[in-house]
Design a protein around this ligand. Sequence first.
Ligand code: GAL
Length: 415
Amino acid sequence: MKFRAIMGALCAAGLLGGVATAQAAESLEVLHWWTSGGESKAVGVLKDDMTKQGYVWKDFAVAGGAGAAAMTALKTQVISGNAPSAAQIKGPLIQEWAEQGVLVPIDSVAGDWKANLPPQIDKIIHADGKYVAAPFSVHRVNWVWINKAALDKVGGKAPTTWPEFFALADKFKAAGIQPVAAGGQPWQDLTLWEDVVLSQGADFYKKALVDLDQKTLTSQQMVGVFDTVRKIESYMDNGRTGRDWNLATAMVINGKAGMQFMGDWAKGEFANANKQPGTDYVCAAVPGTAKAYTFNVDSFVFFQQKGQKAATAGQLALAKTIMSPEFQEQFSLYKGSIPVRLGVDMSKFDDCAKKSYADEQTAIKAGGYVPSLAHGMAQPDATAGAITDVVTKFMNSTQDSKSAVEALAKAAKTK
Ligand code: GAL
């Protein structure tokens, strides 16, 4: 590795000239969707680490929160025989790609992973008994972000129930502050909707969105979920259609809006704007979800490269770096997440991250640790897509809750 690092540095400085061609540094083409301020800073840590190790980082960033556009680009690349070295893939989609026979195992660098990962997550990154993905961090999805000055102005406190939430939203409205910042994109609609499903209890969430239990999906309680979403929607602005999530976060950062429902990658934006939790903003679990935790774990998979049977040296180095304690710490500090690797020192993390970590432990013990549907952790792509369509259609029309529930029950049968 040392030799490679030296070679890399010399090549970068142009000192090896023609001699270097025989030892050309391996290029790593990396497909991801981390393009917001906080996200770019976080992925920049990996880029710098790999460059220091002598590899050439070829950034293949495809903008678009939650990665729908990135996933389309990836399919095109793979079909045309130009699979990237690594791509941001997570949840059941890892298995779907592995089944295509295009991924390479990375077991040779994963010797200590099992002992250092929560079992739920260790399972997700395996296919056919081999490690095929390297996990970055754990994002909690069920958060509400609140501007602290706005909160103080209206004399409010972070809501823990829906009635408290609507009372606070009314106060913001009366004070001329947009109560809820949102971006009208399908995945953002689904993020809010799954938050409200979770507020009915982790068991309800599991039955509905993990087991796809028809009785739960068609229950009166589920009709109530859509009613609540409709009511929350009435506190959003008309300009939200197509707005990116980070622009909605910016509305909370600058006090134009009071609150945003978003996973803690939003914290990466607050951090990037030098805002401190407790002073500038408040992180609170979505009303009714204090003991539950929707998890979203980003990971990279590694594609077989032309003329190679197994993972290349660069792919293995990438996987190894992603799971190293130093990288895990710095990445999450920028990203708003917490390290997925167990036992990483949390002393440099802010109170929201510490709360995330503590709540994660509580939720794991109490059975409230559930995979996020909106972020590709709970269902295969086709099922998640069909449910997303139902929720987005509901939020962009005047459809009544009962017929949305009927559509939901049908969508859940999509395979
Ligand atoms: C999520 C992803 C996060 C964050 C977010 C917005 O699906 O897991 O890392 O990037 O999308 O783009």
